[in-house]
Design a protein around this ligand. Structure first.
Ligand code: ADP
Length: 725
């Protein structure tokens, strides 16, 4: 039954209609359904009561209870209402609602004038404009129905009077108008509000939907990246594991009982395998260097024939092992090209290795060279497994691999990206043509100005400009080094318990005068008698660790810049150290240039501070320090006091400190070295951590509430990130 009603109510709705239109159609169906039920109930009740009346009065049952006119008019209304549903379904809603309102007008006026005149049926016309409001969009339409409703209401009083004249005189027109208007305004007001909320809801829904799409896309990207990462590392490990196994095997076999010759053979293999591993690592490094422009081509004219012939000879045995016909067709004898021989050789080797890898037994591979209109081309052609169209666009991308049985266990997707980078660095171009199962043809095109029997001056110049561009970064780096060597005379105290680490640091910092200390205590003793331009200290040390050393130095008001070196596992100490006011924090392993730049900047900054100190009177300095202390205490106390409130934000703090948001951020950054948000977050994390230590049985929710964070998962993620689980 419920289902029948549901399907009646849904008559005429469609998926491609707007929500609003479907809602109106459903409403019209409900009106028709409810009204037809009321009509049927009325009709049955009326007949039932008449029948009972006749029986009760002991009249002969004469079927007078059955008023045909009354019956017919009610049935007619029901038919009209069913008609509304049909029109909704087969014509459209527009005509359905007009039929409904016409039926409403006709039925009520007929009842008010003829069926039950004088029984105030005309008051139903109060409903006419509210119904119209719910079914129409245009204001003019419901105003029209308001007027029609009102006129129909007046009909039994004035146009077709059914009430006694004195009754008509008593009808207060103004009051009636008011009632009509009030009802109209009320319904109109609710409709407007409803529309507003619906619009807001629709906006929210759209936002959620678009967020969902973004999230799904990001999720797919992440999944792809993660798949790629694991595939890449599996392959890379595989590539490294093979030579490693060989090295291990042969090393174990090395016995000094064997003849020198036998040992020599084995060590040669070990060396070769080491070289192979070195090559893999080098191509990764070279690729990233090329892509970040830290690269310098060392080009010279090279005879293309002998250059390619060398590669041809090197690969011949490998191809014949697989019974692959390997050919070299050169039509460019005596031609020179301007290349970085070592690098270009890597590009050709990559292409030949791929041809070897992807061409099955009994296949054929050839190297062809020939002149073209633009210059010269080198082709490496194979009849191997080929590459299909979709993959062909991507093969030069870094880490891209076509999914097939061979790449499942071999390769890393670097080869062609590396090859392309090399070719482009030379200002040549490379392209690939292929179709699945028909083999591949890789073509390197060399423009005319890079080829000649005697290389012309212009091309050398042109190539030099490439070199200059590529080595620009390199130069900048060298400048940095130069400037550090100018720092000779600047003194650094290196504090580290690890002898080899100190030796290494001394080597890296060869531009500086270095003094060594084995731990914090040792450093403090040295500092009693000496001044330094910078202190470089390890974090974890026996006797006195880096943190205690820094605390002690700060207590002594020592202003020498301090840089802390640390293993990644000490990460949670970073913030407490930064709060103590150190100048830099580097993770091991660090890049030498990163350390050098950090040291140089800190020393320069220190020099500025010293200059400022010299120029500023001690009174001003003192008051500046006092101000910083007061500011620090005030803001920290406020944060700690309100830490349990989720409303603790930059805005509430700036209000409390009576400064603007931006001023507050600037001051906090200068005095405490953090942004206000970081300050709040750190205070929350520290408190949560202390609570966890104090009461290990406290629930996550309790801890989150105590530090003003509503999202428990987020808090514990951050806590684990910072302090470990
Ligand atoms: P990989 O280390 O996987 O060989 P490359 O960058 O050298 O990486 O090659 C990228 C992809 O291009 C490979 O995964 C391979 O599927 C395809 N490819 C390269 N050369 C050939 C070739 N000669 N024949 C068929 N496929 C090739």
């Amino acid at each position: 039954m419920k289902k029948v009603y549901e399907s009646i109510i849904a008559t005429g709705t469609k998926n491609n209609f707007s929500n609003n239109l479907n809602k109106k159609i459903r409403l019209l169906n409900i009106y028709s359904l409810v009204w037809s039920h009321i009509v049927l109930v009325f009709l049955s009740l009326e007949m039932f009561i008449n029948l009972i009346g006749e029986v009760y009065n002991k009249k002969n049952i004469s079927f007078d209870f059955f008023d045909l006119k009354y019956f017919l008019i009610h049935i007619f209304i029901v038919i009209l209402l069913i008609g509304v549903l049909f029109i909704n379904k087969y014509l459209n809603f527009k005509w359905g609602r007009i039929l409904f309102l016409s039926t409403f007008g006709f039925a009520n006026i007929y009842a008010a004038l003829f069926i039950s005149p004088g029984s105030f049926i005309e008051y139903y016309f109060l409903l006419m404009s509210p119904i119209a409001i719910t079914l129409f969009e245009k204001k003019s339409t419901y105003l029209f129905f308001l007027v029609i409703g009102f006129l129909l209401f007046l009909t039994p009083y004035y146009f077709y009077p059914v009430y006694p004249p004195d009754f008509v005189e008593r009808l207060l027109i103004l009051e009636t108008v008011c009632i009509f208007l009030v009802l109209y305004l009320l319904v109109n007001y609710f409709k407007k509000n409803n529309t507003k909320f619906e619009k807001l809801l629709a906006l929210e829904r759209d936002k959620v939907l678009s967020d969902k799409i973004i999230l799904e896309r990001q999720e797919a990207e992440l999944r792809e990246l993660s798949e790629f990462k694991s595939h890449f590392f599996v392959n890379l490990s595989h590539e490294i594991r093979t030579p490693l196994t060989l090295i291990q095997g042969y090393t174990n076999q090395l016995t000094f009982k064997e003849s020198d010759k036998e040992n020599k053979q084995k060590t040669t293999i070990i060396k070769e395998q080491c070289q192979q591993m070195q090559d893999i690592i080098n191509s990764i490094m070279d690729l990233s260097k090329i892509e970040s422009n830290q690269f310098q081509l060392i080009s010279s004219p090279v005879n293309i024939n002998s250059f390619l012939d060398k590669h041809y000879t090197n690969f011949q045995s490998l191809f014949s092992e697989k019974n692959i016909a390997f050919l070299f067709n050169d039509k460019t004898i005596k031609t020179n090209i301007l290349i970085d021989e070592e690098l270009f050789s890597k590009a050709i080797t990559n292409l030949l290795s791929n041809a070897l890898k992807f061409t099955p037994i009994n296949g054929s591979v050839s190297i062809n060279t020939s002149f073209t209109k633009e210059g010269l081309k080198i082709e490496i052609i194979d009849n191997g497994i080929g590459i299909n169209k979709e993959d062909l666009e991507n093969i030069f991308k870094r880490f891209y691999q076509v999914k097939n049985d061979i790449t499942k266990s071999q390769g890393s997707g670097i080869g062609l990206a590396f090859t392309k980078s090399i070719v482009s660095a030379h200002q040549f171009s490379i392209n690939a043509e292929s179709s699945a199962r028909k083999g591949c043809c890789f073509t390197i095109s060399i423009p005319k100005n890079f080829i000649s029997t005697s290389i012309n001056e212009d091309s050398i110049k042109e190539l030099d400009t490439v070199n200059i561009k590529n080595s620009l970064e390199d130069k900048n780096f060298k400048e940095e080094h130069k400037s550090t060597s100018k720092q000779k005379g600047k003194k650094i105290l290196v504090v580290d318990d690890h002898d080899q680490m100190r030796t290494y640091l001394k080597k890296v910092l060869k531009g500086y005068t270095i003094t060594e200390a084995k731990n914090g205590e040792d450093a403090l003793n040295i500092l009693k008698e000496n001044n330094f331009d910078l202190i470089l200290t390890d974090y974890m040390m026996p006797v006195m660790d880096g943190e205690t050393l820094v605390k002690e130095l700060k207590k002594q008001q020592n202003k020498t810049p301090i840089i802390v070196l640390t293993a990644r596992t000490d990460q949670h100490g970073k913030l407490s150290m930064l709060r103590l006011g150190i100048d830099g924090y580097l993770h091991k392993p660090f890049m030498e240039e990163e350390l050098l730049i950090n040291i140089k900047n800190s020393i320069n900054l220190y020099k500025n501070v010293k200059d400022f100190d010299k120029k500023t009177s001690p009174e001003v300095l003192k008051s500046l320090n006092e101000y910083a202390d007061k500011f620090n205490t005030k803001i920290t106390t406020y944060i700690n006091k309100n830490i349990d409130s989720p409303l603790l934000t930059v805005d509430t703090i700036s209000e409390y400190m009576k400064v603007s948001r931006s001023t507050l951020n600037r001051k906090v950054k200068t005095i405490l070295g953090q942004t206000v948000n970081q300050l709040i977050q750190e205070a929350r994390l520290e408190k949560a951590r202390n609570l966890r230590i104090k009461d290990p049985f406290a629930s996550k929710k309790q801890i989150a509430e105590a530090v003003g964070i509503t999202n428990t998962t987020y808090l514990f993620e951050k806590l684990n990130e910072r302090y470990g689980s």
